[in-house]
Design a protein around this ligand. Structure first.
Ligand code: THU
Length: 161
């Protein structure tokens, strides 16, 4: 028997000025996108903004539905839109932000498991990491260098052969 350690590195950014101006702009877009979320059931508003390697920025917000599972998270709205409109164009960075109507949620949002899996598919295909910038509506930012860091022991197309 042996233990396997899988290290994950997350950079906590207290001062956004330490990020590039492009990254600061992306975070501002994701925070603004929380205003556009359609989340009448959860009252939890999520925004996402993706920077593509061609310089395009693609945005998304969560979209809910009276038939709950029919809704979609902000990250997937954004990444599916990017792939639909710019197929094959690499994703450099995704900023994700959230705020809640119900509590004082103000810490870096953590993408759900399904969004991690979906983001990993694109990272796997493009063979270059997608940087994540996670935040609340204000305050500190968590920077994660690649989706794979958020999904250790992941299942990818490699496993299918
Ligand atoms: N949500 C997202 O959009 N992204 C996440 O990473 C976490 C959850 C949405 C889904 C649903 O509309 C609401 O937040 C509550 O789960």
């Amino acid at each position: 028997m042996k233990q396997i350690q899988i290290p994950v590195q997350i950079t906590e950014v207290e001062d956004p000025a330490e990020l590039s101006s492009q990254e600061q702009e992306l975070i501002a877009f994701s925070r603004n996108m929380t205003e556009k979320a359609y989340a009448p059931y959860s009252g939890f508003f999520v925004g996402a903004a993706l920077l593509l390697e061609n310089g395009e920025i693609v945005k998304g917000s969560n979209q809910e539905n009276a038939a709950y599972p029919s809704g979609l998270c902000a990250e997937r709205v954004a990444v599916f839109s990017a792939s639909a409109n710019f197929p094959g164009v690499r994703i450099k960075t995704i900023a994700i932000s959230a705020r809640s109507q119900k509590n004082k949620f103000d810490h870096p949002v953590s993408p759900c498991g399904a969004c991690r899996q979906v983001l990993l598919e694109y990272e796997f295909n493009q063979k270059e990491p997608i940087r994540l910038l996670l935040s609340g509506i204000s305050g500190k930012i968590y920077m994660v260098e690649k989706v794979r860091d958020l999904l250790p022991l992941s299942f990818t197309a490699d496993d299918l052969g």
